[in-house]
Design a protein around this ligand. Structure first.
Ligand code: FAD
Length: 286
């Protein structure tokens, strides 16, 4: 058994049914003994209350939890208030991001006082010292708005120098992109863990939609195979399980320090992958 840990991401539920479903999902995933659960945060106030409520519920169940915090569309004062609130609740971990303006906000929401995630990390450190363990985002296949892959690595280095403790990558299905990015970051002086973000494959059209938005590439052979299954959800899931499990195996064998699962509040796909990886309820690490 190695020291490679898993972490698990949720979004805050918007309806009472969603809340109940997330509780069931969490109960199932808790058996994996994740290092922590993280909860996403919407820019412009869309899910911010839900983020804190979900984090507090997870902590009451005895797990470590990390709210995501994005700076786009926010003032320093509002971020300061959130940080103090999190601190007063005993939250010790944050995923710090620039965020994206939600579509439809248009002119109503300005880009805020901090432009990039490195400025947010600096701000958190200036306001709260070492209170929070800070994770930042990394993009093995380049962030869609970056000028070049080299520029994107430099942006990542700035976040690390500003005080990040660890990073989580955007999801990807090409292990080589991860290994190359990690190597370039190391050469640029980064020595924090870069945890691989994993998106289980369960739904073809949803995956294509997300990937178009975030710039994660679905390799042609995976895309064609998924498309060929049409509405056959069982075949999509079975193929997705094979592909993502093999990806995780390669990442772990190649030295990835951990896996962060984007669960979309669903338990089964993540559970199936972890079971295939040999992570049973008795294990504490992969
Ligand atoms: P940054 O690191 O600031 O980078 C954004 C872009 O700006 C990049 O192209 C970068 O290369 C460029 N850049 C950075 N610094 C400079 C500079 N000084 N000059 C010029 N260009 C620069 N979004 C949410 O809204 N809520 C969430 O909860 C959330 N959770 C996420 C969790 C993970 C693990 C990941 C990987 C992403 C998450 N996102 C979330 C999405 C994220 O907010 C978007 O990808 C966003 O577009 C970029 O955020 P960032 O923190 O990576 O930004």
């Amino acid at each position: 058994m190695t020291q490679q840990n898993i972490s698990i991401e949720f979004f805050p539920p918007k309806t009472p049914e969603g809340l109940e479903k997330l509780r069931t999902t969490r109960a199932k995933l808790a058996q994996l003994k994740p290092k922590y659960f993280s909860v996403t945060f919407g820019a412009g106030g869309s899910t911010q209350k839900g983020t804190l409520e979900t984090v507090l519920e997870i902590m009451r169940e005895g797990h470590e939890a990390a709210p995501h915090l994005s700076c786009i569309g926010s003032s320093r004062d509002s971020l300061r208030e959130i940080l103090q609130q999190y601190k007063s609740h005993g939250i010790r971990r944050l995923v710090a991001l620039r965020g994206d303006l939600p579509s439809g906000y248009g002119a109503g929401l300005t880009s805020g006082e901090l432009r990039y995630a490195n400025e947010l990390v600096e701000f958190i450190r200036a306001e709260t010292g070492d209170w929070f363990h800070i994770e930042v985002a990394a993009y093995p296949e380049m962030h869609p708005q970056a000028k070049s892959p080299q520029d994107d690595v430099q942006s990542f280095v700035r976040k690390v120098k500003a005080g990040a403790n660890a990073a989580i990558t955007q999801y990807f299905y090409n292990a080589d992109a991860y290994f190359r990015f990690a190597e370039e970051a190391r050469k640029a002086g980064v020595d924090i863990p870069i945890v691989a973000g994993i998106m289980p494959i369960t739904n073809y059209s949803q995956l294509m939609r997300f990937s178009d938005m975030c710039g994660a590439e679905i390799p042609r052979w995976i895309r064609l195979k998924l498309a060929s299954f049409g509405d056959d959800a069982q075949s999509i899931r079975a193929f997705g399980l094979d592909v993502v499990t093999e990806l995780c195996e390669r990442l772990l064998a190649g030295g990835a320090p951990g896996l962060h699962f984007y669960t979309l509040n669903q338990a089964n796909a993540t559970l199936d992958i972890c079971e295939r990886l040999g992570k049973t309820s008795a294990a504490t690490a992969i």
